[in-house]
Structures are given as structure tokens and as C-alpha cells.
Design a protein around this ligand. Sequence first.
Ligand code: DER
Length: 226
Amino acid sequence: TQQDALKKAAGIEAAKLIENGMIAGLGTGSTVRFLVDELGRRVQEEGLTFTGVTTSRRTQEQAEGYGIKIVDIDDVDHIDVTIDGADEVDQNFNSIKGGGAALLWEKIVATNSNKIVWIVDESKVVDTIGKFPLPVEVIPFGAGHVIKRFEDRGYQPTLRMAEDGKPVRTDENNYVVDLHLELIDHPQDLAEDLINTVGVVEHGLFLNMVDTVIVGDPHGPRVMTN
Ligand code: DER
């Protein structure tokens, strides 16, 4: 599809940022799949050698399939650059992530990275974040009470379900609750409220963390710099 072509263009553009010897954080999602395919091509055709730290098991499997060396995040003292997708990014470089249920490891990898890059198609760039349901990672024990609290706050929570009719489990085996908030005018306040809710592990608000956003655009990738 046209959207896939734009995601692919952003992924290929971002792959140029990875140089020999780097420690690269590899994100999760369909846009990152194009990035990893391109990195795999560079490894096999150009002899690119770098070390990867991944934000999900599925990205690890894809990368290792190309012979890319993947290490545990605690085996490195820093990550040079992390390239990841996003569900929304606004003009203040605030983002919503977690559509792929990988937000916790993504935020941990991003927090330990010297440079953070999102790769998105143009549909992800918005004026104000919030239209995309905000993912929140919740411990299964007592999750029903957390959901009730979110309902009382008017967050319109839904427990994310898998095809098998059971709740989705993250790589940490937690639940994902999606909040339907419409536009989020005070994301910092919301972030504080969420992270201080007992039972919540992490949320998908990545506020003013990203340095560079590469946007797949029909006229060629464009770059937003924070
Ligand atoms: O889960 C995430 O945060 C991913 O980065 C994801 O939401 C981006 O997904 P996409 O590249 O498949 O749109």
C-alpha cells in the first residue's frame, strides 16, 4: 500500500544512520520491520557490522535472521542511537507509542540511548497527540481495579485482547490497557497521573524524548529535528 511505501522509505533513510561498530537500539512495529530489512541488506551486501539491542523478541528474531548480533541491554554501557516507530508525534515532539505492545522495553531502550530517532509515515504526524488510544502497561494482579480507576477518571479504558480471546501479554507478560482520551492538552500532567497509579508499569507517552523524526512523504523522506 501507499502507507507501506512511505514506511519503507523512512526505514531505508534511517538505516543510513547506522555505521560500523555502533550499538544500535532497534524498535518494534511494521515501520521498523522495513528498517531491519534494510539493515540486513547492508550487513549482507556491504559488510556492515554493528551490535543491536532490541525492544521486543520479534525484532530480535528478525534481526538475528540477518545475522545481526543482538546483545542484552545490560551488556552495554550505552546505546549510540535508537531507531523506533511511533503511533503519533506532534509539533512539540511529544509522542504516543505502544500500538505494538512494546512500549515498556522501548522506553527503557530509549532512556539509555544517546540519540533517539522515530521513523513514521506522514499519517502519524499530528498537531496534538491523543486521537490514537494511549497504551498503558499494567500488572495483571489487580488490573480490574486499575481499569475501574481509569473509568472513574473518564479515561475510557479497554483491556487489549488478542485473537484467542485472552488479554494481550507484553514481553514482560503484563497486560495493555488502551485509554480513549481524544486530544491530550496537558500530557505531562497525564503522564504523572498514570505513572503514580499503583499497578501501572509504564505508559505510552514519550514526551519530548525524540531528537529526530524521519517522515516518509510522497515527495521523499523529510526530517523533523527537535
Ligand atoms: O509499539 C510501538 O510503539 C511501535 O513503535 C508502533 O506503535 C509503531 O508501529 P508501526 O510502525 O507499525 O505503525
